[in-house]
Design a binder for this molecule. Structure first.
Ligand code: 28G
Length: 648
């Protein structure tokens, strides 16, 4: 077989078009990979791995190796058939070259939000190629090893034979282009989470991930789950350390035409629900028709069965969706042709036909399951009935507080030092741990737009309590009243009294505890505040460096060293000595220092809290705040970096 290029006129004409296509990708990368931030960078890996997964699903590939190499190169290898190397008649060049240089229509994020359904080989490889400084592909076809190199999407060598082999498969190595991406450093955990998710969603597929960068742990992590989504649910609940109400994960599946649905669910003793949904292996963070179908059927199956068995008494109201999902961990995975993704971040499934499929499946099979497993059913019903009672208690408590505040003239908490500006778009509230720091903050603030709410009293751990206990809690209620937007189902962001809610606590263990408790509370009961980016964490400096008349603050150890270096190399300061003060708490700063370092919008550093991946956040909160000691310790050790990110 010849792999020489055939440069007839037709080829040249095609090639010009091809180059234009890839130029478009480099011009507007966001259109094709969503962003040029860390998400987009990691997306490059997923695009390549997706192709290997397709080859595995087709039944031709048993192993997929993913390696992060020295210098932030990525290598993906599969033992499939190898991308075809024969000349593609239409283009007159090898098929593998086509795969890496021809832009496949639209792209995932263009094309009006329609993702080209997964299962098409080669989709996305050209996009990765276009956004890489260089990319090399090696194909083994059982006889020869072929290799081609590209730079910024353009072939710089022909497809060459470089050796002989008995093996088959494809290997792709690439370096993301640093002129395209804001940062080109990969996060092992991010890759692992996503690849593991893919291994769960494609039962039997085996993905090996290794971090071969300097100074990293080089162990290979093997992700291979014959149990598919059922293993996924089991994995989540084990990691949570939650007590399960039934040992066996409930697994339901159905197919209709070319669509399939797989559902796995298991109840735990936790008060939270965790529902993850996927369409064609894409995490549908915004839900959609498959989630709707699942939720509706679940509520219906519970109420019908509960009435029939007398678990729900005649005078009782129906169980709500939230009641029947309390403590539930579930994964809903559907696969379909022409998946339509809608919503703000194109992560909401729109296909209406899938709703009926899921709804019928869940209603019928879950009703059967209840009939066949009466003991398990009883346990699950007790849980849901408990949730319903707590919901009723919360409603009463809410009405009580409402009646009370209607009588009180000043509904705002007494400790709140409010700001004078009434336009919530301009204002911010500092929630400060400790009365002394609260005092400094009150004195140091700009009272026009900055309000201060000091916290005192015992903090309620919402991870171990339901909503009914939040009402009347002396530490949380002042926060709720000060913010003014209500909580839970009643939350109304238009009533929010401050645009920025800033948590300010010491950089020590106690401060970290307070931050986590408050974040958990916001995440559980005021999630839109987190999702809309209203929550911030103040960053007080760790050090004050004085030399002569110069004073500077450092927020990290690295910054301290940098400032020391600058001081040491400043001839004007040579006759002085550097004085380093380490701040142990906010209380050590006087009001002016606190303003200057932590509260002045012109100079302060703040972290904005992002919900991130719902699963990760939820796991973090549950694991950190739950009372199971074992997994918690392990989790903190394994995820020190993430915990820090979230909980500085
Ligand atoms: C290692 C990194 C990522 C892949 C295959 C195998 C085939 C294939 C891939 O075909 C369809 C047909 C010709 C262009 C299919 C091999 C049929 C027979 C394949 C991968 C489109 C693509 N033999 N393995 N694509 N062609 N692995 N791993 O990308 O025209 S992609």
């Amino acid at each position: 077989m010849s792999v020489e290029q055939h440069k007839d006129n037709g080829y040249e004409a095609e090639q010009i078009q091809v180059l234009e296509g890839l130029e478009a990708v480099r011009k507007r990368p966001g259109m094709y990979i969503g962003s040029t931030g860390p998400k987009g960078l990691h997306h490059l890996v997923y695009e390549i791995v997706d192709n290997a997964i397709d080859e595995a699903i087709a039944g031709y590939c048993s192993e997929i190796d993913v390696e992060i190499l020295e210098g932030e190169q990525i290598r993906v290898r599969d033992n499939g058939r190898g991308i075809p190397v024969g000349i593609q008649p239409k283009m007159g060049i090898p098929a593998v070259t086509v795969v890496f240089t021809v832009l496949h229509a639209g792209g995932k994020f263009g094309n009006g939000g329609y993702k080209i359904s997964s299962g098409l080989h080669g989709v996305g490889a050209s996009v990765v190629n276009a956004l890489s400084t260089w990319l090399e592909v090696e194909v083994r076809d059982g006889e020869k090893i072929y290799k081609q190199r590209f730079e910024r999407g353009k072939a710089v060598t022909e497809l060459e034979i470089i050796g002989e082999t008995k093996e088959t498969g494809t290997m792709v190595t690439f370096l993301a282009d640093p002129t395209v991406f804001e940062e080109t450093v990969y996060d092992f955990e991010t890759l692992q989470t996503r690849l593991r998710e893919q291994a769960f969603l494609n039962a039997g597929v085996c993905i090996n991930l290794t971090d071969l960068r300097k100074g990293k742990d080089h162990t290979t992590h093997r992700m291979h789950y014959e149990g598919g989504v059922a293993s996924f649910v089991e994995f989540i609940n084990k990691r949570k350390g939650a007590e399960v109400l039934h040992d066996q994960v409930i697994f339901l599946s159905a197919a209709e035409g070319s669509s399939t649905a797989e559902i796995a669910m298991q109840y735990t003793d936790s008060y939270n629900e965790l529902l993850l949904s996927f369409a064609n292996c894409v995490h549908t963070v915004e839900g959609g028709t498959h989630e709707m179908g699942f939720k509706n059927a679940l509520t219906r199956a519970f109420n019908d069965f509960g009435r029939k068995k007398g678990y729900i008494k005649e005078n009782m109201k129906n169980l709500s969706g939230e009641d029947v999902r309390e403590g539930l961990t579930a994964v809903v995975s559907v696969k379909l042709e022409d998946a339509q993704f809608e919503g703000q971040v194109k992560a909401k499934l729109g296909n209406t036909e899938i709703r009926g499929l899921v709804e019928n499946l869940v209603y019928a099979k879950l009703s059967d399951f209840f009939e066949e497993n009466p003991t398990i059913a009883r346990g699950i019903f007790e849980k849901a009935l408990g949730a319903a009672r707590a919901r009723e208690a919360a409603r009463k408590a809410r009405e009580m507080t409402r009646r009370k505040s209607a009588l009180e003239t000043a509904a705002l908490p007494g400790k709140l030092a409010d700001c004078s500006d009434r336009d919530s778009a301009n204002t911010e509230i500092y929630i400060v741990e400790g009365d002394s720091a609260g005092g400094s903050a009150k004195e140091g603030r700009d009272r026009r737009f900055q309000a201060i709410l000091p916290l005192w009293g015992k903090m309620l751990n919402v991870e171990k309590a339901r909503l009914d206990r939040v009402y009347g809690n002396d530490k949380l209620m002042p926060v709720v009243t000060a913010l003014g937007c209500g909580i839970g189902e009643e939350l109304d962001l238009s009533k929010l009294r401050y645009d920025r809610i800033i948590i300010m606590a010491d950089a020590d263990v106690d401060g970290s505890h307070i931050r986590t408790l408050l974040l958990t509370f916001f995440y559980r009961y005021m999630r839109p505040l987190v999702e809309e980016g209203h929550i911030y964490i103040a960053q007080p400096p760790l050090f004050k460096l004085t030399r002569g008349k110069k004073v500077r603050y450092a927020y990290t150890d690295k910054q301290r060293d940098e400032i020391m270096y600058e001081y040491d190399h400043d001839p004007e300061l040579s006759r002085y000595k550097t004085e380093i003060q380490r701040y142990k708490g906010l209380g050590e700063m006087d009001p002016h220092q606190l303003w200057e370092t932590t509260m002045d919008p012109a100079t302060r550093v703040m972290l904005r809290v992002e919900p991130g991946d719902a699963q990760r956040a939820d796991e973090t909160f549950t694991i950190l705040m739950g009372d199971k000691v074992g997994p918690r310790k392990e989790f903190i050790e394994q995820n020190a970096e993430f915990v820090q990110n979230l909980d500085i």
